[in-house]
Design a protein around this ligand. Structure first.
Ligand code: FAD
Length: 285
């Protein structure tokens, strides 16, 4: 079987931990709406620094209490190996079996300057396998348009392979709007004998200025024709959203038709755009 073909497509979505109680209440409402996608799992991002980590734990705890399969993200750049093992033991006690495993980025202005004992995600994957064997299903990040700090495309692919060789079970990509970048990436991986599912990360388009800022930082390209149209809509939020749903639905359709093993939605804690895209795909129940 083609490595990217699985019997069942894998659909999942991602949340970030809200900063306030009010945000948490809103999140609960959105997750209940998103539940009709029947996701394989719901992941929760993880930041460097104490208070944001507590919010990840709270969000994960709530998902578990709702009977939803939670996949906490865990990053290594600002934590010691002992701190990471402690967090993972706690997740294990909660019955969590899936992790999204990352190097992480240090948020600017946190004062967290130094690096941890583990500097790259492959080292974190290796630590988890060493300490927990095969207990956790490990997802890692992949970059079809390449990571902004990578020396070059070849080096980035080799570094991706290190994570797979260290024991990753599957990958979620950074978002992209160029389907060909994904297909090429998957082809290159196959040539390197990387056989794990590489699930496209899907970012709905709802707001041009924040998407543009974020894309510049994470190295995801907004194709010129999309950027130009979004710019032309200016403050016409309804048109931006309608166009965004159209473009992203088409992207998802193309990815699935050409063998993507599933989709991972970056919901940004909002259900509306993801659900519209989902409905447009009209996937068999
Ligand atoms: P790595 O795989 O370690 O790669 C980072 C860079 O180093 C790449 O340029 C790579 O080519 C290079 N590299 C890798 N290994 C080596 C090596 N051994 N030697 C030399 N160079 C190497 N960030 C958060 O802080 N919290 C989150 O919850 C979070 N969730 C994310 C979820 C997804 C699906 C994705 C795609 C990203 C997420 N991020 C998150 C962002 C992520 O932390 C950043 O993109 C970060 O800069 C890289 O993380 P990584 O795990 O891909 O790192």
């Amino acid at each position: 079987m083609h490595p990217q073909q699985t019997d069942q497509k894998l659909f999942s979505f991602e949340l970030f931990p809200p900063k306030t109680e009010e945000g948490m209440e809103k999140l609960k409402t959105q997750v209940k709406k998103l539940a009709r996608i029947n996701p394989l799992y719901v992941s929760v991002t993880f930041g460097a620094g104490g208070s944001t980590q507590q919010r990840t734990f709270q969000s994960v705890e709530w998902l578990v209490s709702e009977g939803i399969e939670a996949a906490p993200h865990i990053s290594c750049i600002s934590s010691s190996a002992a701190e990471i093992v402690e967090i993972l033991n706690r997740y294990k006690d909660q019955g969590i079996r899936r992790l999204v495993t990352l190097r992480g980025d240090l948020p600017s202005g946190t004062g967290l300057g130094g690096r941890g004992e583990l500097n790259y995600a492959n080292e974190l994957v290796a630590l988890i396998r060493r300490e927990f064997g095969d207990y956790f299903h490990i997802e890692v990040a992949a970059y079809p348009e390449f990571h902004p700090q990578a020396a070059n495309a070849r080096a980035d692919l080799n570094n991706f392979k290190r994570k797979v060789d260290a024991g990753a079970n599957a990958a979620i990509t950074q978002y992209f709007y160029n389907a060909d970048a994904y297909f090429r990436f998957v082809d290159s991986c196959e040539k390197m004998d990387i056989g794990i599912p590489i699930v496209p990360g899907i970012m709905p388009i709802t707001n041009f200025s924040s998407l543009s800022r974020f894309s510049d930082a994470c190295g995801a390209e907004i194709p010129r024709w999309i950027r130009k149209r979004l710019e032309a809509y200016a403050d016409d939020v309804e048109s931006i959203r309608a166009f965004g749903v159209d473009v992203v639905s088409e992207l998802c359709r193309r990815l699935l038709d050409h063998g993507a093993p599933g989709l991972h939605f970056y919901t940004m804690n909002q259900s509306a755009a993801t659900l519209k895209i989902w409905d447009n795909l009209a996937l068999p129940e």
